[in-house]
Structure formats: structure tokens, C-alpha cells
Design a protein around this ligand. Structure first.
Ligand code: NAD
Length: 440
């Protein structure tokens, strides 16, 4: 099938490459000429395991092309994916300007039937807005006779395993009320639906809400566990024991119940906020979601509070080694990352940071540039040198069994603030560390 994807970010690029890999002919359109030029040379601007190989192989095979030429993109694909960003607006609701700009582009250039697929995360009712915008443009062109359909097909990939998630999705949600469109979507996704039935067809609004419900449920699990961790800390219980104790109940399960320093990234924070705003617009008070957001906000400050307390509020002139900048492992994404809240609070208090992350160093450089209070170090060991304490913010695999003797030698005092509970408190005490973790 001929497929066009608008937006070559985490979602569009991965989806485009994965669809090309099964044999579809994919054209990816982006307004960012720099990004397109890089992609044309086989340079993938984001880090995702397996993505670069997939992009190079499929581009070489002629099934994956990149362009800034929107008209060519519209001419190419029977289906037109919208995979552009939906960042929070000033009030936290999803900003649909990029989504509607693509809708307009498709309507402006189409000369035959087109299926527009909403892959971006968009509030309930967006498909109607896309449809209305397209109809307006077609009317302007005097081409009302041209037909099109709008499908909701939210994406559930996880950054860090985006390629694998797209190749083996848990489910494929298709929101459409048209049988012909459903059949076309089934054909598009047939290669991913062979092992067992993963396609769930539903009405458009339910599909749109499913995406928000999924992310908000996951965010709720995290905030809930962080709340219990706060209680455990104050009550003298061990959250890790509690976690095992509740996870063993199959109704609860072990997934996504790790306490930590709060969720970040480009999705959970904005999607929780956007659903709260959607609720407000229909005069519904989304109390659970508001609490989830408030707990998360506060949780991101807890590691700083512990550091501040440990040093008796005297942080001026101190240096903190920081392991982990990305909002989670296996990505270079620092959007809404807890590391940023911690670093900025440390700077505010007059401390310096020596940071290391296996993938997000360039991103940190891009965000913060050159500044005295931040040194980006080439290795996790280099970050320790002469620091007054170590803070761990991201649970990268390579942080899980470090050389503790070396840590002790490099730090001016053996103090670790662990925001991810990577180590065993008793073992750390035996090794002579003052060790702070979450909920124990
Ligand atoms: P992103 O910011 O990484 O990429 C968006 C891309 O769209 C950019 O390259 C931008 O230049 C391009 N763009 C903007 N306007 C355009 C236009 N008019 N025509 C062509 N390209 C245009 O965003 P992302 O992380 O890929 O997210 C895209 C959507 O998918 C969002 O709604 C997001 O909520 C959702 N989503 C993201 C993830 C994730 O893990 N990142 C997972 C599931 C769903």
C-alpha cells in the first residue's frame, strides 16, 4: 500500500520505518528541512534501538523516502498518517494547531479519495475537527465532490522500545464507523495481526479516549505507588516489600508499580493534563487525575528535599554527581524529566552538577548549553570525581551494579541519593554508605 506519514518524530518515523519494512511504500513528510536532510543521508536524529538500521535498510530498498514536499506526500499515499506533535497549550489542553495544519494540507492538495489517520494523541472530538477543516478547504477549492475519511488510530509505542512495540503491538485500535475504511486499515495492519487478533475496531470517540485512558491509568499507578512510598517512608515500612506484597495479586500485577521520582517524558504529563482540561470543558471535575498530577509534581522535588536536608540546607558550593538525565532508560528524551527539576533546584541553591547519561548528553547540551554549574562527563565514573554526593535519577541498566569502592574513593563523602531504589539499603550500610532511597 502507498502510505504517507506527516511528522518524523518518535511516532511518525518509527511507524513509517516499520510499515516500510513489511513492504508498504512509505513517504515521510516533515516541515523540518534539517531533519529531512539528515534522514535522507541515513542519519536518525533520535535514539531508538534498531531504528537506524531499519531506516537505512528500507531507504536503500526504495520503500522509505523523506521529503518536505507536502503536495508530493498527499499525492503518494492512499492513507495519510497525522503523526505530528500535540504539545500542551498554555492552559494544558492539547494544542491541535499542527494536527489541523496537516488536515488542511491534505485537503489542499488531494485530487482523489484519501484516508486521514489520526496517529497523534488527540482529545475526543478531534476527528470531527479534522473533518470540518478538510471540508472547509475542499469547499474553498470548489472540490466538495472529493471524498475522504478520518480514522482514529492512536499509538501506544514506548520510547526506548518503539521499534519493537510497533512491530509487535499489544493492540491496534481503529476508530471508524465505515466498513470500507475498516477493511483498508485491516489490510494496512495485516502483517502485524497474524499471530493473534490484535485489531480492535470501535467508534472514533472511544478510540480517541482509549489513548488518554491508557496513559492516565499508567500515570495513576505511578502516582499511587509514590503516594504509598511517601507513607512507607514516614511510617517506617519498606515500599519494596509492599510492592512485592501487592504485585503478587494478579488483579494488581507487578508492572508499573515502581516507586521513584515521578513520571516524565513527552506523554504522561501532557496527556494527564489534557484529559483534565477536556473534563473541565464539559464541567466535569476529574478529581483522580488532578491528584495524580499533583502527586507527580511533588514527587519530582523529593530527591532535592532529601539532599537539602542531608546538607542542612547548606548547598552553596557543593557538587552533586548525577547519574541519569533521560526521563527513563533507553531513550535520550529529557522532556519533563525529573533530572531537570533536580538540577534546576540544585543550581538555585548554589550547587554544581556533574552529570552523566548513556544517551542524553547531547540533549542536555542542547537544553542547557555551556554553563558553570553543569559539567557533562564522558563516563559515570568521571561524574563522581570530587563530588560531595551521588544522585541517581534514571534506572539505566549500567547503573545497577557499579563499582562501589570506586564511588567511595571518588566522592568526598560516601553519600548516595537513589531516586530509583537500585540498591539494597542494608548492603549499602555494610559498604559504609549513607544511602537515601524512596519509600524505605
Ligand atoms: P515529535 O515532536 O517527536 O515529532 C513531531 C514531528 O512532526 C516533528 O518532526 C515536527 O517537525 C513534525 N511536524 C510538525 N508539523 C508538521 C507538519 N505540518 N507537517 C509535517 N510534519 C510536521 O512528536 P512525537 O513524540 O513523535 O509525538 C507525535 C504524537 O504522537 C503526539 O501527539 C504524541 O502525544 C503521540 N505519541 C507519542 C509517543 C511517544 O512516546 N513519543 C507515544 C505515543 C503517542
Amino acid at each position: 500500500m502507498n502510505v504517507t506519514v506527516f511528522g518524523t518524530g518518535y511516532v511518525g518515523l518509527v511507524q513509517g520505518a516499520v510499515l516500510a519494512d513489511v513492504g508498504h511504500h512509505v513517504v515521510c513528510v516533515d516541515v523540518d528541512a534539517d531533519k529531512v536532510a539528515k534522514l535522507e543521508q541515513g542519519i536518525v536524529p533520535i535514539f531508538e534501538p534498531g531504528l537506524e538500521t531499519l531506516v537505512k535498510e528500507n531507504a536503500a530498498a526504495g520503500r522509505l523516502r523523506f521529503t518536505t514536499d507536502a503536495a508530493a506526500g498527499v499525492a503518494h499515499g492512499t492513507v495519510q498518517f497525522i503523526a505530528v506533535g500535540t504539545p500542551p497549550d498554555e492552559d494544558g489542553s492539547a494544542d491541535l494547531q499542527y494536527v489541523l495544519a496537516v488536515a488542511e494540507t491534505v485537503a489542499r492538495h488531494m485530487t482523489e479519495h484519501r484516508i486521514v489517520i489520526d496517529k497523534s494523541t488527540v482529545p475526543v472530538g478531534t476527528a470531527d475537527k479534522v473533518r470540518a477543516r478538510m471540508s472547509d478547504v475542499l469547499a474553498e477549492r470548489g472540490r466538495q465532490a472529493l471524498t475522504f475519511d478520518v480514522v482514529s488510530n492512536p499509538e501506544f509505542l514506548k520510547e526506548g522500545s518503539a521499534v519493537a512495540d510497533c512491530q509487535k503491538p499489544d493492540r491496534i485500535i481503529i476508530g471508524t464507523e465505515s466498513e470500507a475504511t475498516e477493511e483498508l486499515m485491516r489490510e494496512l495492519y495485516a502483517p502485524f495481526n497474524r499471530n493473534h487478533e490484535k485489531i480492535l475496531v470501535m467508534d472514533v470517540k472511544s478510540a480517541e479516549l482509549t489513548k488518554y485512558a491508557a496513559n492516565c491509568m499508567l500515570a495513576t499507578k505511578i502516582s499511587f505507588m509514590n503516594e504509598i512510598a511517601n507513607l512507607a517512608e514516614r511510617l517506617g515500612a519498606d515500599i519494596e516489600m509492599v510492592r512485592h506484597g501487592i504485585g503478587s495479586d494478579p488483579r494488581i500485577g507487578y508492572h508499573f508499580i515502581y516507586p521513584g521520582v515521578g513520571y516524565g517524558g513527552s506523554c504522561f504529563p501532557k496527556d494527564v493534563q489534557a484529559l483534565i482540561r477536556t473534563a473541565e470543558q464539559i464541567d466535569f471535575d476529574a478529581r483522580v487525575l488532578k491528584a495524580v498530577e499533583a502527586r507527580n509534581h511533588e514527587q519530582k522535588t523529593t530527591l532535592f528535599a532529601k539532599i537539602h536536608r542531608h546538607f542542612g540546607g547548606e548547598l552553596a558550593g557543593k557538587t552533586v554527581a548525577l547519574w541519569g538525565l533521560a526521563f527513563k532508560p533507553n531513550t535520550d528524551d529529557m522532556r519533563e524529566a525529573p533530572s531537570r527539576v533536580l538540577m534546576e533546584a540544585l543550581w538555585e541553591a548554589g550547587a554544581r552538577v556533574q552529570a552523566f547519561d548513556p544517551e542524553a548528553m547531547e540533549e542536555a547540551q542542547r537544553i542547557y548549553g555551556a554553563r558553570d554549574e553543569l559539567t557533562l562527563c564522558g563516563t559515570k565514573e568521571a561524574a563522581l570525581k570530587g563530588a560531595d554526593a551521588l544522585a541517581i535519577v534514571t534506572d539505566w541498566q549500567s547503573f545497577k551494579a557499579p563499582d562501589f569502592e570506586l564511588i567511595r574513593q571518588q566522592l568526598s563523602a560516601p553519600v548516595i541519593f537513589d531516586g530509583r531504589n537500585l540498591y539494597e539499603p542494608k548492603r549499602m550500610a555494610r559498604k559504609g554508605f549513607t544511602y537515601y532511597s524512596v519509600g524505605r
